[in-house]
Design a protein around this ligand. Structure first.
Ligand SMILES: [Zn+2]
Ligand SMILES: [Zn+2]
Length: 488
C-alpha cells in the first residue's frame, strides 16, 4: 500500500527551458520550501521573446538563489532580462571567470530583450564565487566544481535539508589543451543528478585522432587554394581551436604565410581574461605559460602575453578591414551561422568548391549550421544584398513571403566535434560513478535524450535498486518523493 506523501517531502523539478531541447536552459528546483533556479539562457534558433525560457510558468519572485553554470548564451544570456524585467529578487552566483567573460559577451550580443543599460545596471548584483568553495545562502549550501567545457564552467553541488543534488551544466571529461576536466565530487553521496545529454549515446573519436582529422581538413582546403571558414562562438572553444592551429602553424613552416584570423570584437579583452585565469586551467597550459614568459623575458619583450598571445593568429574587428585575397583560415562568430560575420563570409564563400566550412561546435536544430551539415544545394542570402549576391536559384516562397535570394552552396562542409560535451560513454561512465538513485536528463534534442534514457534504463536490469531516469519536457512538473528524513 502506497502511503500518502507529504508534499514537503517531495522534490519539485521544472524545466522552463532546455527540456527535450538544446537551448534556453533554465531549471527550477524546490525542496522543503527552498527554491533554486539553474541557468537562464536563450535559444539560439529563435528571436525575441520566443528565445526565452517559459518564465511566465513560474513565479520568479519565489526564487532564493540562481546559479549560472557558464557564460554560453544558451545558459546565461537571459540573465539581464531576469534581473531587469521580472519580479526575480533572489541572489545570483557564478564563478569569477564566468562573470568576467559574461560582462563582455552580453555587451557584444545583440538582443531586443534588454538594453546595454539593463545589463550594466544589473551586473553588480551578480556574486562571484571560487571553485571548490562552499557557500550557504538561506540554508541552501552550494559548491562549484570544475566542469571542463569552457573557462569558468562549473558543476554545482547543492544541498537542501540534507538532500544532495548535482547539476552538471555542460561538461567534458576529455584531455583538453587548456581546461581541467570534470570529476565526480569525492566522498559525497548524491541523491539527484541533473545531467546534460547533448550527444545522447554517440561516441566521439579519440581526441588525438580528431585533432589530426581537423588539421587534415583545414590544410586540404588551403592546399586546393581555398578559404577555410570555422564558425565559432565568440569565445570559449575558439581559444582551444586557436591553440591547436597556432601550434600546428609553429610546426609547419609551409603554412606560416597563410593568415589565421580570429574575427571577434572581444579578442583583446578576452585575452586579458584568459591570461588572468591561467591558474584556473590545466597543467599543460600552465607549463606553456611558463615557457612563453621565459622566452619573452630572454628576448627582452615584456609585451608578450604568454600562450594566449598567439604567434600566427591575427585579430579582425570587422570585414571592412579584411583583405579577402588568397587562402586563409577565419574563425568567426556566431557559431551557428545565424547572422553576423560568420554568415556573411559563408554567403561570400559558399559558391566556390575550393572553399570549405569546418564546423566544430554542436549545431542546434533550426540553425544554419545544422542546415549546412546536410549539405544543401543552396542557402538563403540574408547578409549580402540582392545585387551583390551571386545569381542562384530563387527561394520558393511557399508561404507567400517575399522571395529570398538564394546562393549556390558548392563549398565543402565537414564536422569535427570540439564542442567539449561528454559523449555517450563518458556521460554513462560519469552517471554510473555518481550513482545517484534519481537522474534527470536535460540539454539534449529529444531523439538523443531518449536514446541515452533507454541505454541507462537497460543498465537497471542488473541492479537490485533501480535508478529512476527522468526526461521532462519544458513546463512539465516533476514531483519526486524523498521520504527519508535527510535532516536526521
Ligand atoms: Zn555550453
Ligand atoms: Zn549548452
Amino acid at each position: 500500500i502506497e502511503e500518502p506523501i507529504d508534499p514537503a517531502d517531495e522534490l519539485m523539478f521544472l524545466c522552463l527551458g532546455g527540456g527535450n531541447e538544446v537551448g534556453r536552459s533554465c531549471h527550477i528546483l524546490q525542496y522543503k520550501g527552498k527554491t533554486i533556479m539553474l541557468d537562464a539562457g536563450q535559444h539560439p534558433a529563435r528571436d525575441g521573446l520566443a528565445a526565452l525560457p517559459y518564465f511566465d510558468e513560474f513565479d520568479l519572485s519565489t526564487v532564493d538563489i540562481l546559479l549560472i553554470s557558464h557564460f554560453h548564451l544558451d545558459h546565461a544570456s537571459a540573465l539581464p532580462y531576469v534581473l531587469a524585467k521580472t519580479n526575480f529578487r533572489g541572489r545570483v552566483f557564478m564563478t569569477h571567470p564566468t562573470k568576467a567573460i559574461y560582462k563582455w559577451l552580453i555587451q557584444d550580443s545583440r538582443t531586443a530583450l534588454y538594453t546595454e543599460a539593463d545589463h550594466l545596471s544589473t551586473f553588480s548584483q551578480i556574486e562571484a564565487v571560487d571553485f571548490n568553495t562552499t557557500h550557504t545562502v538561506s540554508s541552501i549550501r552550494f559548491t562549484p566544481y570544475p566542469a571542463g567545457h569552457v573557462l569558468g564552467a562549473a558543476m554545482f553541488l547543492i544541498e537542501i535539508a540534507g538532500l544532495k543534488i548535482l547539476f552538471t551544466g555542460d561538461y567534458s571529461r576529455e584531455d583538453d589543451r587548456h581546461l581541467v576536466s570534470a570529476e565526480v565530487p569525492r566522498g559525497i553521496k548524491i541523491d539527484v543528478l541533473i545531467t546534460e545529454s547533448t550527444y545522447g549515446i554517440a561516441t566521439h573519436i579519440p581526441r588525438a585522432e580528431r585533432e589530426t582529422a581537423l588539421m587534415k581538413s583545414v590544410t586540404g582546403i588551403l592546399n586546393r587554394g581555398g578559404r577555410v571558414l570555422m564558425p565559432v562562438f565568440a569565445l570559449g572553444r575558439a581559444q582551444e581551436l586557436l591553440l591547436i592551429l597556432d601550434d600546428y602553424w609553429a610546426r609547419h613552416a609551409e603554412f606560416q604565410r597563410i593568415p589565421i584570423y580570429y574575427a571577434s570584437n572581444l579578442a583583446r579583452k578576452c585575452m586579458v581574461v584568459y591570461q588572468t585565469y591561467v591558474s584556473a586551467m590545466n597543467d599543460n597550459i600552465k607549463r606553456l605559460f611558463r615557457e612563453r614568459m621565459a622566452e619573452a623575458e630572454q628576448a627582452g619583450d615584456t609585451e608578450k602575453g604568454g600562450p594566449w598571445d598567439f604567434r600566427f593568429v591575427r585579430s579582425l574587428k570587422n570585414l571592412e578591414r579584411f583583405d579577402d585575397v588568397g587562402g586563409c583560415v577565419v574563425l568567426a562568430s556566431p557559431g551557428m551561422l545565424q547572422s553576423g560575420i560568420s554568415r556573411e563570409l559563408l554567403e561570400r564563400w559558399a559558391p566556390s568548391d575550393r572553399n570549405g566550412v569546418v564546423i566544430t561546435g554542436y549545431s542546434v536544430e533550426g540553425t544554419m549550421a545544422k542546415q549546412m551539415s546536410h549539405e544543401p544545394e543552396s542557402i538563403p542570402a540574408i547578409m549580402t544584398n540582392r545585387s551583390a549576391a551571386p545569381v542562384g536559384r530563387r527561394g520558393l516562397g511557399v508561404h507567400g513571403e517575399a522571395e529570398k535570394p538564394m546562393i549556390p552552396r558548392r563549398c565543402s562542409v565537414q564536422e569535427f566535434s570540439f564542442a567539449a560535451h561528454v559523449d555517450g560513454q563518458e556521460n554513462q561512465g560519469f552517471i554510473e560513478e555518481v550513482a545517484a538513485p534519481v537522474v534527470i536528463l536535460v540539454h539534449g534534442e529529444k531523439h538523443n535524450m531518449m536514446r541515452l534514457k533507454s541505454k541507462l534504463l537497460s543498465l537497471n536490469n542488473d541492479k537490485a535498486v533501480k535508478t529512476k531516469i527522468f526526461s521532462p519536457a519544458n513546463t512539465e512538473e516533476l514531483r519526486i518523493p524523498f521520504k527519508v528524513d535527510k535532516t536526521a
